[in-house]
Design a protein around this ligand. Structure first.
Ligand code: ADP
Ligand code: MG
Length: 288
């Protein structure tokens, strides 16, 4: 049977927009000493906008048009941003076929009989290609950089920026105030990650992490004796949410994340993590 205090706390949590789907989450949350946040869509708004386009041949419209064609079937926020940017420039949509998306890496499609790939650091690493020099300043300023490859050759790059949520700084300060360590994990590149981490006062960063390695990063912290809560929104966060002692999904996130987590936040406010810790502490204090 569910102890009454836990039932009461769970109900109170639900009224505050925190849905406890796994009762153990309520027991374990108060013992967590590290809170790991995903970056995109969790600490940031997850609605990036295109603010730089660079084409090796100088034709930025053509570059954006092929990138948008390749991204047209993807639901990733960067895809939405690129398709939107092409539409705002009134670029005639190119036709694309044979779509292939790789979570945490990028997309591929055939556009005008050319294979077009658009993606981040993992795509470049796989292709053995260095980032274009033009993108160095963008990433240093905190932009997400995607490269566009046409038939395996770099044709250009797109820089996107994603606003940090207003509530993120407060959430992290409050976690520090109660003695918790805060870690950020992201598939995005190191310079972007460091820029966001510096703005938020985050203690430790794992960048360029593939979805399948996010779980291993959490396991690594656990092997150091840490008790870990992981907060994420994406399909790519599911393995880490499952590995963590407590998995917390942003309610506005993907179904997979929500299904994997023991706690679901109705809103997208990272400060709600504090409510979960408080509720957990309160209910177990009463039980003793
Ligand atoms: P995060 O871990 O920050 O939530 P993701 O794991 O979703 O980010 O994505 C990691 C990286 O993979 C992105 O920063 C981007 O470089 C690349 N990526 C993912 N999906 C796409 C896409 N549809 N088009 C281009 N790049 C993508
Ligand atoms: Mg995310």
């Amino acid at each position: 049977a569910i102890p009454l205090v836990v039932a009461i706390a769970t109900e109170r949590a639900a009224r505050g927009g925190v849905l406890i789907t796994d009762r153990r989450a309520m027991e374990e949350m108060r013992t967590v000493d590290v809170v790991v946040f995903d970056k995109t869509g969790t600490l940031t708004k997850g609605q990036p906008v295109v603010d730089h386009v660079h084409a090796v041949d100088g034709d930025t419209d053509a570059l954006l048009a092929v990138a948008a064609a390749a991204e047209s079937e993807s639901e990733h926020p960067v895809a939405t941003a690129i398709v939107g940017a092409a539409r705002r420039r009134s670029l005639p949509p190119a036709r694309a076929t044979e779509f292939l998306a790789t979570t945490g890496v990028g997309v591929q499609a055939v556009v005008d009989r050319h294979t077009v790939r658009v993606g981040g650091p993992a795509l470049l690493r796989d292709a053995g290609i260095d980032p274009l020099a033009a993108t160095t300043d963008w990433s240093a300023a905190g932009a997400t950089v995607l490269h566009v490859l046409v038939d395996g050759t770099v044709a250009g790059a797109i820089g996107l920026s994603d606003e940090i949520r207003d509530e993120s700084r407060e959430a992290i300060d409050a976690l520090h105030a109660i003695g918790r360590r805060v870690v950020m994990i992201t598939g995005d590149a190191q310079p972007v990650a460091e820029s966001v981490a510096a703005q938020l006062g985050i203690d430790q960063v794992f960048a360029g992490v593939r979805p399948e390695d996010k779980g291993a990063a959490v396991a690594g912290l656990q092997q150091q004796g840490r008790r870990v809560a992981m907060v994420g929104d994406g399909v790519n966060d599911a393995p880490a949410l499952a590995q963590a002692d407590v998995g917390i999904a942003i309610g506005a996130g993907t179904d997979v994340a929500v299904a994997t987590a023991g706690v679901v936040l109705a809103g997208s406010d990272p400060r709600s993590v504090l409510s979960v810790i408080e509720l957990s502490e309160q209910s177990y204090r009463k039980m003793r």
